[in-house]
Design a protein around this ligand. Structure first.
Ligand code: MN
Length: 264
């Protein structure tokens, strides 16, 4: 069983070390670590097309071998699966991220988009995040990932589907299969002045919150002390709205018509 381990916090982050340690305890597991050299949190599903990518062999604590690459977490997976890693990969596990990746976080998250990249290659993938931005207590999340991997390999995942796992910080009451909840972001535009007197900007603000009362969601589960396991499908089509769009009669539109005269 060959497990490719990655993350978005960077190859030297404590979360990936805890993860690979736990996965190594699965009988028969062989581990390859390929992850960004630097923190690539919230880079989304970025593909590096206009710069070369470089890979450096490195060692983590305890002499553990790893590959540190430039580029995004998705690049790390592509580099590995396109042939840099010779041995076929059975599963990709990404994490353990410092900070939850719930609800609409998933398209920002390098942790989750690394898993998205893997499933595009037809390799099953799990993203694992800890619901703390500060506490480096990754053992519980890593142990849960090590429990989940053999189950995923035995049962399989559907096409273009990954598992997004979020682990509460502190005591865990159990595990729940969940759906995506709703996040509220508190970003604001923060303007500063550089030494030349020119303005520059931060997208700043407090941590995102979420609708913790929406039972059955990832946000609800983690807020209530449950490990949340959300199956994520890469088909993001809004099927409900697609049906409503029948009423737009797009197939009858004449695109040479004057703007504003179509529809209804
Ligand atoms: Mn991160």
């Amino acid at each position: 069983m060959h497990i490719l381990v990655t993350n978005d916090d960077g190859v030297y982050a404590p979360g990936i070390f805890a993860l690979q340690s736990a996965l190594r305890r699965i009988p028969g597991a062989e581990i390859t670590i390929m992850a960004p050299a630097e923190n690539q949190s919230a880079v989304g599903h970025r593909k590096t097309l206009y710069d070369p990518l470089r890979i450096k062999q490195t060692r983590l604590a305890e002499g553990i071998e790893a590959f540190a690459c430039s580029g995004s977490p998705a690049d790390a997976i592509a580099l590995a699966l396109l042939g840099y890693v010779k041995q076929p990969v059975d599963i990709v596990v990404s994490g353990v991220n410092q900070g939850a990746n719930l609800a609409q976080d998933i398209t920002y998250s390098g942790t989750v988009t690394a898993a998205m990249e893997a499933v595009l290659f037809g390799v099953p993938a799990i993203a694992v995040s800890l619901d703390s931005y500060t506490e480096p207590e990754f053992g519980q999340a890593a142990d849960f990932a090590a429990c989940l991997v053999p189950v995923v390999l035995e049962k399989g995942l559907p096409d273009r589907t990954l598992l997004n796992v979020n682990v509460p910080f502190g005591p865990v009451r159990g595990v729940r299969a969940t759906r995506q909840g709703r996040r509220t972001y508190h970003d604001e535009l923060v303007e500063r002045i550089d030494p030349m007197g020119r303005p520059y900007y931060w997208i700043g603000g407090g941590r995102p919150t979420g609708d913790v009362k929406d039972v059955g969601t990832d946000v609800w589960a983690v807020a209530n002390g449950y490990i949340s396991v959300t199956p994520i499908h890469l088909d993001m089509t809004s099927r409900e709205f697609l049906r409503q769009m029948d009423g737009w009669h797009l197939e009858e539109w004449q695109i040479e018509a004057a703007p504003g005269t179509l529809g209804g």
